[in-house]
Design a protein around this ligand. Structure first.
Ligand code: HEC
Length: 173
């Protein structure tokens, strides 16, 4: 008696499972027949091809835009690009925008960047940048005069100090 129930249970599981596995022959209502499945597949493939084409166009547009940006960047003046490449390593442009210096002042700033902060730039690049910055962000009027006087005074003091020290030492003997 028990075995009969077990057999019935087993058949109850096995038959529907077998029907599911039968694939094509198992077509409940609402499922596509072979022809409409084929046309559905064709429509999906067409849509995928169209999407791939749109993607290709998008990429081509993007590349053209990049090339345009690069060409525009290359047309900008050399000092401007040099400033961004060298000073932009450590400073955002707007960080340096408020500073005003004379040509000599910018030379001093750039020398400090090079020797103290380790900015990698050659002497000739420093000269180009000093001229460019003095023109774009030059100190004017009294501020300019004070900067020239201060820096020249500092340079003079640097030269004179050893000489004065040497003279006073010699006098004491
Ligand atoms: C390697 C990093 C580095 C690079 C590159 C660099 N700087 Fe600086 N800069 C600093 C640091 C650090 C400070 C703050 C300490 C100081 O004032 O020395 C500073 C401060 C400054 C200041 C404000 C200080 C002042 O009193 O004037 C100016 C202006 C400046 N930099 C300009 C420049 C310019 C122009 C360049 C490009 C030629 C440049 N920096 C490149 C690191 C750098």
């Amino acid at each position: 008696m028990k075995r009969k129930w077990a057999l019935l249970l087993l058949l109850g599981i096995a038959i529907p499972a077998w029907a599911e596995m039968e694939g094509d022959t198992y077509v409940p209502d609402g499922v596509l027949d072979a022809r409409s499945r084929e046309s559905m597949r064709a429509r999906i493939q067409a849509e995928q091809a169209a999407e791939a084409e749109r993607e290709r166009l998008r990429q081509a547009e993007w590349r053209a835009e990049q090339a345009r940006i690069a060409a525009e960047a290359a047309r900008r003046p050399y000092p401007e690009r040099l400033f961004e490449a060298r000073c932009g390593l450590c400073h955002a442009p707007e960080q340096l925008a408020p500073y005003r210096h004379t040509w000599l002042g910018w030379q001093a700033v750039i020398a400090r960047m090079r020797w103290l902060n380790g900015a990698p730039l050659s002497l000739s690049e420093g000269n180009v940048l000093a001229r460019y910055l003095a023109e774009r962000q030059g100190a004017r009027g009294v501020a300019a005069m004070l900067e020239w006087a201060g820096l020249l005074g500092a340079a003079l003091a640097l030269v004179l100090a050893p000489w004065l020290a040497w003279r006073s030492l010699r006098r004491r003997r």
